[in-house]
Design a protein around this ligand. Structure first.
Ligand SMILES: Nc1nc2c(ncn2[C@@H]2O[C@H](COP(=O)(O)OP(=O)(O)OP(=O)(O)O)[C@@H](O)[C@H]2O)c(=O)[nH]1
Ligand SMILES: [Mg+2]
Length: 332
């Protein structure tokens, strides 16, 4: 196998012939990624809970086979873009995710809970996602709202929520990704409802795949990693077919190749880290600027307040004087 095109061919074959679909769940800690993953898989594959013991610590791939034989891979991730996760951890996790998604990623499920407020952190996460993977990633995004039961309790439909309470930055994302969104109630025991929300998601995933011409998401990071992995495999096969070498020599050769591959992994991890640092530095700066602007606004508001207080005080003094004057005139 040679060059980058072989890699693309690989992916196309993988994505069309055996019908494997790989989706990755991203979003802030506690938004319901694992719960949604479990809903898709139809089993409790990942721990999902409100307590800290339920926090997903590392990315994992789980597989399910549908009745028609279609395979769905679900990659559940930890809260990758939470500001509390350092770039080193995030870099490693992203490389891990890319490695897990051997045939590329068919859809990125951005999980948001209707039960929580949209934070600056969340906005930052969506930014980081684009910085790291390019704007092309938007073509693969589907927004999953969890907490369908909560909306129901409030007698609100998804449409009503989107037209009203839905946070503005999310509305913008929805415009960008052509309104691909689905509401999940991960708590329901109603099989019909479970099937319906899953079918809607599947419909969206298939739509994304069709719109992207069957090609899963890929970028230089993917290509680099994939190239490295293929090279390693080819070299190892070559070594296996060598004759006239001792066992020790062969295992030494293999070790060397593994080492080269790991070096490459490390370089890629560093690349991700760097990109992320750039993204967050920009954001931190933006946040700092916003804060400074807020301070300035507060100061001028205080100044204005003080001014009007001064004015009121002067007026009051005037009034007092006038009253005194009147009283005096009245007395005399
Ligand atoms: N009511 C309700 N609760 C939900 C729903 N989906 C998830 N939850 C709850 O939200 C909490 C967090 O869910 P998780 O699935 O653990 O969230 P996560 O995104 O995987 O969190 P991390 O692994 O920490 O990143 C859990 O208590 C879930 O039971 C839903 O549709 N409705
Ligand atoms: Mg989780």
């Amino acid at each position: 196998m040679m060059g980058g095109s072989a890699i693309d061919d690989d992916w196309e074959i993988a994505s069309t012939s055996n019908g494997v679909r790989t989706v990755v769940l991203v979003g802030r800690t506690g938004n319901g990624k694992s719960a949604t993953g479990n809903s898709i898989l139809g089993r409790k594959a990942s721990k999902s809970s409100a307590s800290s013991s339920g926090i997903t610590r590392s990315s994992e791939l789980q597989k399910t086979v549908l009745k028609d034989g279609q395979i769905i891979n679900v990659i559940d991730t930890p809260g990758l873009f939470d500001l509390s996760s350092g770039p080193e951890f995030v870099g490693k996790e992203i490389v891990k995710c890319i490695n897990l998604a051997k045939d590329g990623i068919h859809a990125v499920l951005v999980v948001f809970s209707v039960r929580t407020r949209f934070s600056k952190e969340e906005e930052a996460a969506l930014c980081s996602l684009q910085t790291l993977f390019g704007r092309k990633i938007i073509d693969y995004m589907i927004v999953v709202f969890t907490g369908g039961d909560d909306l129901e309790d409030d007698d609100t439909t998804l449409e009503e929520y989107l037209g009203g309470k839905c946070p503005q930055p999310l509305k913008e994302i929805l415009v960008l990704c052509e309104n691909r969104c689905v509401l999940f109630d991960n708590k329901t025991k109603d099989e019909k409802k479970r099937a319906e929300q899953f079918q809607r998601l599947l419909f969206l995933v298939n739509m994304v795949i069709a719109q992207n011409g069957g090609r899963p998401y890929t970028d230089d990071l993917f290509v680099e990693l994939k190239k490295g992995a293929i090279k390693l495999r080819d070299q190892q096969e070559e070594v296996d077919s060598l004759t006239g070498y001792s066992k020790e020599q062969i295992s030494e050769l293999k070790e060397q190749m593994q080492q080269t591959y790991e070096d490459q992994l490390r370089r890629i991890t560093e690349m991700v880290e760097l990109k992320l640092k750039e993204a967050t530095t920009g954001l931190e700066q933006q946040l700092a600027e916003e804060q400074a602007a807020r301070l300035r606004a507060e100061e001028s508001a205080q100044l204005a307040q003080k001014r009007s207080e001064d004015e009121i005080r002067k007026l009051r003094e005037h009034l007092q004087k006038a009253e005194e004057e009147l009283r005096r005139q009245g007395c005399t």
